[in-house]
Structures are given as structure tokens and as C-alpha cells.
Design a protein around this ligand. Structure first.
Ligand SMILES: Nc1nc2c(ncn2[C@@H]2O[C@H](COP(=O)(O)OP(=O)(O)OP(=O)(O)O)[C@@H](O)[C@H]2O)c(=O)[nH]1
Ligand SMILES: [Mg+2]
Length: 612
């Protein structure tokens, strides 16, 4: 399991040495709080920050754009006793928490080769359990191999729950037996769900080895129960997954990821960025990844949210700062932001490094944006982060991608998909994530027989695509089957010879399979005729299924010579059709397969290798 491998790297590293090598340069690990809408992400963060006591602890909690930085001493105040029990030396300066409103922002939280978040808290409403965006988050965490903790939130909403002081575990034991059973049941439902995604998990106090199991912490953001325990588990994990943070040099040129592109009054387009490495200053030259050419511009202003107290006086939302040091969030105002896309990488460059930085950034973008593989499907997404997640998941499921890019679906995309239609119709599909498709484009796609799969949830997008793929395969196979001579066994009924010859017309009992006009007729291994017409009572039919008795006309045979009453006749399946039928055997009934065996046996009396 991934946790183990990552853990090993850090476990071998003496923590005290880490402190001495890194000194003040070590940055706070990034922890994103993710989960389904309304399950309580923001509330958990509020509870961790202790919004109500913010004034007393102002020094330890910094509000940054898109993030809150909580210093280690604040965490120690809240979860000190629990942390001491872990017996670890803490060297991280604190934790940078990112709240993600909606999953789209979460997919923007990427950086080269992984998730921007070093760790994550997956919030699940204990009363609602897993929801579409919970699954989405898990798929992304799995894909990026991001370690995470589950916060089973809203325990206070379990019917009969009574708020308790002290540890959440003692709190649970003080509840009525009924409530305790509900807590246990719900916890194990979460364990079961995580198991489906390949993650073993347990309630945090029962986790024997954090490298092997995901810890689940029951919490209530409302009452604060379980929040110190959640902080303890997260901080403990963060300290252990220190490796990435060790590599960073907070004095070097900044590296970051664009969280959101926002229009601000008086500032125009601005970008909210999480800086995970180095320092960014006003007037720095920045390079931002883009679909074609990187964007190069100069920082006009760096902005942070106004502290609460000042906001009341001035009404201004932001204040300018001279620099921002990793790990932090910051709003950047600069010219030339028209085409910036969320999730794109951003780097500070100097005159000397500019060309190199441009090259590096574009190489990073090219890893996600696939321009043309030889064959495959097409993918469009709203941000590079979601595109990366989708491409990653599709590839891990063995799908080929011809083109994957960001932006709205265009006629040009459809025309490109159309070129797949002839070669492989299963590639004539565009997966479109979270961008609107106009009616015109939709109609254009229909006219050109291009399937568009739309969804705002990544795993649903992939699921619907795979469903379409299955149905399309079945449809193509059924069509293929339609063109083949299918197995059929029939018997000429006694006393139903309507005409002797030219053509012979006889009554047959269709025992197994089906018969069509044009089906060759075989007797004792020899093709002797072809069905010219089928008559059932007074109707002329083109096709007949087993169980019916019909009159068929057969040219080139005479009753009494090549055929006789009570003869068993078969469909004369040509060899290539026979082989194709074997490939499509899942579409045939067992009795039809048995008839095929009988046909092959008869044919092989003359040619032992027939149909092999
Ligand atoms: N009783 C109770 N209510 C809670 C708890 N946590 C959150 N809520 C409520 O649930 C609602 C949603 O909480 P939020 O924190 O806004 O949820 P969120 O996950 O941030 O939602 P989005 O940002 O919209 O995705 C709010 O009305 C909260 O007051 C809890 O532990 N107990
Ligand atoms: Mg929220």
C-alpha cells in the first residue's frame, strides 16, 4: 500500500537531524480539507482555528488567501497531551490548511507529479455517509497517493447524542447503548466503503500501524468533540510525511499553483495562488503555464485578507504585502491575466532564468495536456487539475487518449474526433468535464455522430463513458452477428411436401436457432440449397425463430433425391462466419452453441480442420 512506501522514506530519517539541516527554512505542510458539499469542511476548519478565540491567539493563526496557517504552538495548546503521547519530536512550523469550496477547487490543488496537499482531511458526514463527491475525493487521493485522515463529522447529530467534555472516545462510552451502537455501525459503514477503494481503515485509536490503515476520527465541528484528536492525528502524520517539506528552500524563487482566477473590484482579474516553495515579492517576474505559450508578467501587488478588526474600520477587503513565503496563500494582481487557467503552475524567474523557467513550466503543462497520441478518445476539462485527474484515472484503467486539453468544446474538437469514426468508432467520443456545451455544439456533434459524455463529477464522467463503451461494443457485436449466418437446426415434417422441386417447398419444424431468407442449407455436411422464401400460415416472412413450423422454398433440390421427409437440416454456416460466431459466443444461447458443434462435426467428416 502506498502509505507504507512513503512512510518508510521518512521513518528512516532521524527527526532531530531534519531540524538541524533545515532550520528556519522548513515550511508548513499543506493540508487540504475536502469532502462532499455541506459535510462540514469549513466548520471543521473554523473549529480548528477556534474562530471565537481568534483575537487572543492572533499571533498563532494567520489568515492567508485560500488558506489558514496554524502555528505549531497553537496546535500544541489544543492537542498537547495527545501529541505528547505520540512520542515524536515536532519540527514542522505548523500546518497550512486549505478549505476547498466544491470539488472543482480541489482538483486545482495540483503540482507537478502529485497533489499540492501533502496530506488531506476527508470530511464525511457520519449520518449521510459516502456521497458522489466523497468518492471523487477518494479517487483523486488514491491517484495522487496523498496520505489522508477521515473526519467522521456531525456526531452530535446522531439521535440521542449528549455532548461530553473531555476526549471523544470517553464521550462515546458515556452515550446510551443505542447511540454507541449507531456510532459503531456508522463507523464500520465508512470502513466498508474505504475498503471498496482498497484502503484498510479503523477508528484512530484502534489503528495499530498508521502506515497501513487510514485513521477515522469521529468529530463534531459544532461541539468541538474530537477536534483535538483530529489535530493530533493530522499533525502526527504531517510530521512523518516531512520529506517533501525538507526539500524546499523558502528563500529561493517561489513555486506555486493557481487555486482560483477571480475578478476583483478595482483590480481586474487576479489570481489566488498557493505558494509551496520559495518567496515571491512585488515586482518579481512570474511565469504561468498556459495551453500554448506560457504567460510572463510582473507582480503589481501581493494581497492578503484584512485582519478582522481592521476590516470593520476600513471596509477594504485586502491589504498589500511586500512578500509571501512558502507555504502560504496569496492573491496576485498583475497585468496580462486574461487567459490564466486554474490549476496552472506559477514560478518566479529572473532575467537569467526566464528562458529556462518558461521551458520547465511548459514541459510540466505538456505532461498533462496531451496533444496527439495515435489513437484514442478525447478529453476536455475546465481546469488543468481536473484534466490531470481525469487523464490519470483513464490511463490507470487502460484507456487511450488521443487528445486532452482545457477549455470549452469546439467544432474543431468534434471534427478531430470524427477522424476516429472510421478507424475505430469506440474512439469517436469526447469526455467533457465541467464546461458548458452550447446547443449548437451539441447538435453539431450529433450530426457528426460523435458521442459527448458530460459530467461535473469525475468518476461519474468515467463511469458513464465506460457504460457507453460497453453498450457500444454490444451494439457493434450485435450488428456484426446480424450479418452472419446463424446456427439453425430443423426437421422436414412428414406429409408437408407442398412441391417436389423447382423449387422444392416443404414444411419444416425449426428446432433450434433462427432462419432467414438467404440462409444456406446443409445436410450431412454438404451445402445443398439456400432458403428462397419463408411462409407461415398465409404470411411471407423474412426471418423465423425456433419453435415455429413454416414452409420454406428450396431451389436446386428435389424431394425424394437430395432431401426427404424427416430429414434433419442445418444452416450451412460458411467457415469465416463460424469462426466469427465462436468469437461472439457470449451472444448465443447454449443450444445454438450445441448446434454449431453438430454442424462442425458433420463438416469435419470431409475436412477435419473445418472451422478451426
Ligand atoms: N450539528 C452539526 N452541524 C454541523 C457540523 N458541521 C457542520 N455543520 C453544519 O452543516 C452545514 C454545512 O457546513 P459547512 O462547514 O459549511 O460545510 P462545507 O463542507 O464547508 O460545505 P461547502 O463548502 O458548501 O462544500 C452548516 O449549516 C453547518 O453549521 C457538526 O459537526 N454538527
Ligand atoms: Mg465550505
Amino acid at each position: 500500500m502506498f502509505l507504507r512506501t512513503r512512510f518508510k522514506n521518512t521513518l528512516n530519517l532521524p527527526v532531530c537531524m531534519a531540524k538541524s539541516t533545515c532550520g528556519p527554512n522548513i515550511r508548513s505542510p499543506v493540508c487540504s480539507v475536502i469532502g462532499h458539499v455541506d459535510h462540514g469542511k469549513s466548520s471543521i476548519l473554523d473549529s480548528i482555528r477556534g474562530s471565537r478565540i481568534i483575537s487572543k491567539e492572533a499571533g498563532g493563526i494567520t489568515q492567508a488567501i485560500g488558506a489558514s496557517i496554524i502555528a505549531l504552538d497553537i496546535i500544541e495548546k489544543k492537542a498537547g497531551a495527545l501529541l505528547r503521547a505520540l512520542n515524536m519530536t515536532f519540527t514542522i512550523p505548523g500546518l497550512l490548511f486549505i478549505d476547498t469550496p466544491g470539488h472543482a477547487a480541489f482538483t486545482s490543488l495540483r503540482k507537478r507529479g502529485g497533489n499540492l496537499a501533502d496530506i488531506a482531511i476527508l470530511v464525511v458526514d457520519i449520518n449521510e455517509g459516502f456521497k458522489p463527491q466523497t468518492i471523487e475525493c477518494i479517487e483523486i487521493l488514491k491517484n495522487y497517493k496523498t496520505p489522508f485522515v477521515v473526519a467522521a463529522n456531525k456526531v452530535d447529530m446522531i439521535a440521542g447524542w449528549k455532548e461530553q467534555k473531555g476526549s471523544v472516545l470517553q464521550g462515546i462510552t458515556k452515550q446510551d447503548a443505542k447511540v454507541q451502537t449507531v456510532v459503531e455501525t456508522r463507523m464500520y459503514e465508512i470502513v466498508g466503503k474505504l475498503h471498496e477503494f482498497g484502503f484498510p481503515s479503523e477508528r484512530f485509536d484502534r489503528v495499530g500501524d498508521f502506515t497501513k490503515e487510514i485513521a477515522i476520527v469521529p468529530v463534531s465541528a459544532k461541539t468541538g468533540e474530537g477536534i483535538p484528536e483530529l489535530l493530533m492525528v493530522v499533525t502526527g502524520l504531517a510530521q512523518r510525511y516531512l520529506e517533501k517539506c525538507l526539500e524546499c528552500d523558502t528563500t529561493g524563487p517561489a513555486k506555486g499553483t493557481i487555486l482560483e482566477v477571480k475578478e476583483e473590484k478595482g483590480l481586474g482579474k487576479t489570481i489566488d495562488v498557493i505558494i509551496y516553495d520559495g518567496t515571491i515579492r512585488v515586482n518579481d517576474t512570474i511565469v504561468i503555464g498556459n495551453v500554448d505559450e506560457p504567460i510572463v508578467t510582473k507582480v503589481r501587488a501581493l494581497l492578503q485578507p484584512m485582519p478582522l478588526a481592521e476590516m470593520r474600520d476600513k471596509k477594504a477587503k485586502f491589504r498589500g504585502v511586500k512578500e509571501a513565503v512558502a507555504a502560504t496563500g496569496v492573491k496576485i494582481s498583475a497585468p496580462n491575466f486574461e487567459n490564466v487557467i486554474a490549476g496552472m503552475p506559477i514560478k518566479v524567474a529572473t532575467n537569467e532564468t526566464l528562458e529556462q523557467v518558461k521551458e520547465d513550466i511548459q514541459a510540466e503543462v505538456a505532461e498533462v495536456i496531451i496533444e496527439t497520441e495515435k489513437e484514442g478518445i478525447m478529453v476536455k476539462a475546465d481546469t488543468i487539475g481536473s484534466l490531470e485527474a481525469i487523464v490519470g484515472m483513464l490511463k490507470s484503467k487502460g484507456h487511450h487518449i488521443r487528445k486532452a486539453t482545457v477549455g470549452e468544446l469546439s467544432k474543431k474538437d468534434i471534427a478531430e474526433a470524427e477522424s476516429s469514426l472510421e478507424k475505430n468508432p469506440l474512439n469517436a467520443v469526447i469526455l467533457n468535464f465541467n464546461t458548458t456545451v452550447s446547443e449548437e455544439i451539441d447538435n453539431f456533434a450529433k450530426e457528426h455522430k460523435i458521442k459527448i459524455v458530460n459530467s461535473e463529477i469525475i468518476y461519474e464522467l468515467i463511469d458513464s463513458f465506460e457504460k457507453w463503451l460497453e453498450e457500444e461494443k454490444k451494439r457493434m457485436e450485435a450488428k456484426e452477428l446480424e450479418g452472419l449466418v446463424k446456427p439453425c437446426k430443423m426437421r422436414i415434417m412428414p406429409n408437408y411436401v407442398f412441391r417436389q422441386s423447382n423449387p422444392a417447398i416443404v414444411g419444416v419444424d425449426v428446432l433450434i436457432g433462427s432462419l432467414k431468407i438467404g440462409t444456406p442449407i446443409m445436410k450431412d455436411g454438404k451445402d445443398i440449397s439456400v432458403v428462397k422464401s419463408i411462409q407461415h400460415e398465409k404470411d411471407t416472412l423474412s426471418k423465423i425463430e425456433a419453435g415455429k413450423q413454416v414452409a420454406i422454398s428450396l431451389p436446386h433440390v428435389t424431394v425424394g433425391r437430395q432431401i426427404n421427409e424427416n430429414d434433419t437440416l442445418y444452416a450451412g454456416i460458411p467457415e469465416p462466419d463460424f469462426r466469427k460466431l465462436k468469437e461472439l459466443k457470449k451472444l448465443l444461447k447454449q443450444e445454438e452453441l450445441d448446434v454449431m458443434k453438430e454442424i462442425a462435426q458433420l463438416k469435419r467428416q470431409q475436412n477435419p480442420l473445418w472451422g478451426v
